[in-house]
Structure formats: structure tokens, C-alpha cells
Design a protein around this ligand. Structure first.
Ligand code: UDP
Ligand code: MG
Length: 153
């Protein structure tokens, strides 16, 4: 089953939004298979945001991402990578769809409350980057029978 990585960013911690953000993924019917709090190092941020390393905002972004610990979550579900991107909304929060996390909770491009993996290949790398094997779990979620039809599973 597909898995994706979500970070709840420092602005969400400062604004006491962790519970409301987690609830968005839970109520959609996704399965939580890993979760922890951690402080991000320069090394992990350089790797995680390698595609942005030459951007003028990179130093500010790294400073922001280190300003508090973050919540790291791994969610599982059918086509969960694209589903979670839709739940999060586009990067520029002011233009994110109402009903999405960024659309409902954020006004900024940089302080946009969540990170979500952007492809299945990226998700695999990001999950490995943030979780060790023993921090990820497999278990039966009984409500899955009501969340998906048989042919999707
Ligand atoms: N970011 C920023 N300024 C920009 C573009 C991005 O501060 O002009 C930050 C923002 O926090 C964003 C992160 O860099 O979420 C990663 O950028 P990406 O383009 O990967 O967007 P995302 O995948 O998070 O929507
Ligand atoms: Mg991205």
C-alpha cells in the first residue's frame, strides 16, 4: 500500500494547529503508520530541500524549519501521495483551495503549515529520510472495509 510523508511545520506548532491538521488526514480515512516529534538539523534540511538550495529564500526557510521541532507523520492509503497533496493545497496558501489545509489555515508561501511528499518516488525517499524501520508500523485498520470498495484495495 502507498505511503507518504507529512511534516507539521513550526508555524502550525506555534499556532496550536497540530490536532486539527492530524484530524484532516484521519477523517479522510487514511491510516497513520508512523508519527514523532523531532528537531531538524541543517544536514536533513539541506537534503530535504535540495531542490531549493540555490533559491534566495533557502536560508530563511531553513531558519523557519529549525525554529521549533516539527511533527513527522507517515500516512498510508490508496493513492495516498496525491490524495494528501490535495488535502494540503498548493504552496501559495492564499491561493490554495478553501477546504484544503493551507486554504483554511494559512496566508503565507513560506509559513504554510504542512509539508507533503510530491510523488511516490519522493515519498519513498522522504520516509526513509525521517523514519527508521522500527518507527513504522503495520496493523489492520478495521474501518478500511468502509473507506474503500474492494476493487480499489
Ligand atoms: N517556499 C518558500 N518560498 C517560495 C517557495 C517555497 O518559502 O517561494 C517554502 C515553503 O515552505 C514550501 C517549501 O519551501 O512549502 C518547499 O517548496 P516546494 O516548492 O517544494 O512546495 P511544497 O511542495 O511544500 O508545496
Ligand atoms: Mg515540495
Amino acid at each position: 500500500m502507498e505511503r507518504t510523508l507529512v511534516l507539521v511545520k513550526p508555524d502550525a506548532l506555534q499556532r496550536s494547529l497540530i490536532g486539527q491538521i492530524l484530524q484532516r488526514f484521519e477523517r479522510k480515512g487514511l491510516k497513520l503508520v508512523g508519527m514523532k516529534m523531532m528537531s531538524l538539523s541543517d544536514a536533513i534540511l539541506r537534503e530535504h530541500y535540495a531542490h531549493l538550495a540555490d533559491k534566495p529564500f533557502f536560508a530563511g526557510l531553513a531558519k523557519f524549519m529549525k525554529s521549533t521541532p516539527v511533527i513527522v507523520m507517515c500516512w498510508e492509503g490508496v493513492e495516498v501521495v496525491s490524495t494528501v497533496r490535495l488535502l494540503c493545497g498548493i504552496t501559495k496558501s492564499r491561493e490554495a483551495d478553501t477546504g484544503s489545509i493551507r486554504g483554511d489555515f494559512a496566508m503565507s508561501v513560506s509559513c504554510n503549515v504542512v509539508h507533503a511528499s510530491d510523488s511516490v518516488a519522493t515519498a519513498e525517499k522522504e520516509i526513509q529520510r525521517f523514519f527508521s524501520k522500527d518507527e513504522l508500523f503495520e496493523y489492520d485498520k478495521t474501518e478500511y472495509a468502509h473507506v474503500y470498495s474492494d476493487d480499489e484495495m
